[in-house]
Design a protein around this ligand. Sequence first.
Ligand code: ATP
Ligand code: MG
Length: 154
Amino acid sequence: MTLPFEIITESAEQTEDAGASLAKLLLGDSSLPRFIAMYGDLGVGKTAFVRGFTRAIAPDASVKSPTFALVNEYGSKRSTIYHFDMYRITDEDDLYSTGFYDYISGNAFCIVEWSENIPYAIPDSYLRVNIEKNSLEDTDSRLLQISYETDSRK
Ligand SMILES: Nc1ncnc2c1ncn2[C@@H]1O[C@H](COP(=O)(O)OP(=O)(O)OP(=O)(O)O)[C@@H](O)[C@H]1O
Ligand SMILES: [Mg+2]
């Protein structure tokens, strides 16, 4: 995988595979950000992407949506992944109480569903993953885009 990256996936498995490819890219290039902000509507495949991402780093972990827990942790000898779901986060006090700022200050991978809800908390340098439905007829088709965003003023 090279960035920016764009693919049309036709199944959850293909979206998982894109997540695994991103994880491999990050494992091989420590200069890339460890923060991955995901954007996309309900049920579009964000958790599927995280499942593939995690498979490449912590293959024994079982990825579940952290909608109620807000954050799940998956680990292996290799690395730690914090998987956030910001669906229920409505303000910065809420976010603060999840411990978010402590999690993102370390070396772990942080991958965030519903980043739309925390625009003020996205780091200057991050990887952006957009997923959207790609076709009205084909309900399994998704447009998936990954880009490296960096604040060029810094
Ligand atoms: N191309 C595809 N990529 C990903 N998921 C797909 C695709 N086609 C169909 N699906 C189905 O769409 C659903 C995606 O669910 P998933 O939980 O990953 O979405 P989500 O974006 O995390 O939702 P939420 O906003 O509720 O967290 C699954 O049922 C999956 O099988
Ligand atoms: Mg989800």
